[in-house]
Design a protein around this ligand. Structure first.
Ligand SMILES: [Fe+2]
Length: 262
């Protein structure tokens, strides 16, 4: 399995507090069967500070060298969890090695927890036109999407991808997130599932534990969520087709899908 969302980098955000904790997280990931993991620290206001970007770059490269020396059996890639703020497009262009996943076209996009900004759909169109592909992190935890899943449907029709948190499926974020996660899965509005791990305990690594809860989903689909689409994202390839997206609100025709196939 491949985990495209994690906070394993030590001392950069609310994730791992130490190198030792990061190693525990990597070891737990390996034990769970994860072969590759993307370090995706939160990017909020740091986006406006070049010195902070350079600090992240240095922390990642030093961490990767030290972690690789341990030969834990897991490949580590760079990414970021980019909060949706103005200027994000310019920053993606300026610092793709830090802000995109493995210096490719895909990037994690985080919305506010309680609402969706006006203009989000326009941003998605604009950023796709620029050649970047947003992967919307944990949409099931956003209050507006919980109340109106069609918001996400529209963004995916435009060409964005979506990534659920394993913790939402476990119920770690409450019943609203769990119900929304299941609704998104039932409407075929999910491309990947990731751990979004923050430590080795409360918000742990690992993806295999969700399989029991999702035993109603066929194995081929689970492989898409946990292996093939994450692999395509890391390798900057076109993602495998997940089939038709289902509009959760009303039936209407969709005129076109702008997802790029490389
Ligand atoms: Fe995260």
């Amino acid at each position: 399995m491949i985990d495209i969302h994690s906070h394993i980098l030590p001392n950069v955000d609310d994730g791992s507090p130490s190198f030792e904790e990061s190693v525990k997280m990597l070891e737990a990931s390996v034990a769970d069967g994860i072969k590759s993991i993307v370090a995706t620290p939160h990017m909020f206001s740091q986006l406006s500070k070049i010195k902070e970007i350079e600090r992240f770059r240095k922390i990642f490269s030093e961490f990767k060298i030290k972690a690789d020396e341990l030969n834990l059996g897991i490949e580590i890639f760079q990414g970021s969890e980019n909060y949706f703020i103005s200027g994000l497009k310019e920053k993606l262009k300026a610092f793709p090695d830090i802000l995109t996943i493995n210096n490719g076209d895909y990037f994690l996009l985080e919305f506010p927890m309680n609402f969706i900004f006006p203009g989000t759909r326009e941003f998605i169109f604009d950023i796709l036109n620029e050649g970047y592909i947003p992967v919307i992190c944990h949409p099931e935890r956003n209050t507006d999407i919980q109340m109106n899943t069609a918001i996400l449907y529209e963004l995916l029709v435009a060409g964005a991808l979506s990534q659920l948190d394993a913790g939402s499926i476990r119920g770690d974020f409450g019943s609203n997130s769990r119900e929304a996660a299941n609704k998104l899965l039932k409407n075929n509005l999910v491309h990947a599932i990731a751990s979004d791990c923050h430590d080795a305990g409360l918000r742990p690594p690992g993806l295999s534990g969700i399989k029991n809860s999702l035993n109603w989903i066929e194995q081929e689909k689970m492989d898409l969520f946990l292996k093939y689409i994450p692999a395509a994202i890391i390798n900057n390839e076109g993602t495998p087709d997940i089939g038709p997206l289902k509009d959760p609100s009303i039936s209407r025709s969709v005129f076109s899908i702008f997802r790029r196939n490389k």
